[in-house]
Ligand binder design. Structure first.
Ligand SMILES: [Zn+2]
Length: 86
């Protein structure tokens, strides 16, 4: 039987047999024997989740700023054209 697990974007693709894993958030040893456990504690899991959400938000803000700059340039160009057509 095959067990499906959601791929983790932070855990390196190491073998399940690897005995010592380290927490990607704080670097301490992950003591859980469950192979799907990535972080050493709920605190580190939450911290990593918030860092990921912050990164996604910053990327969105970057795209929004670029779009606003583009829109502003287009509006300015439009007004220039309207002035010339008068
Ligand atoms: Zn940790």
């Amino acid at each position: 039987m095959t067990t499906f697990r959601a791929p983790s974007d932070e855990a390196p693709a190491t073998s399940i047999a690897t005995p010592a894993r380290t927490c990607p958030a704080c670097g301490s040893v992950v003591r859980s024997k469950r192979p799907e456990t990535v972080y050493c504690s709920g605190k580190c899991r939450l911290r990593a989740c918030r860092a990921r959400q912050r990164g996604e938000l910053e990327a969105r803000l970057g795209r929004a700023e670029a779009a606003l700059a583009e829109a502003s340039a287009a509006v300015a160009e439009f007004h220039e054209l309207v002035e010339r057509w008068r």
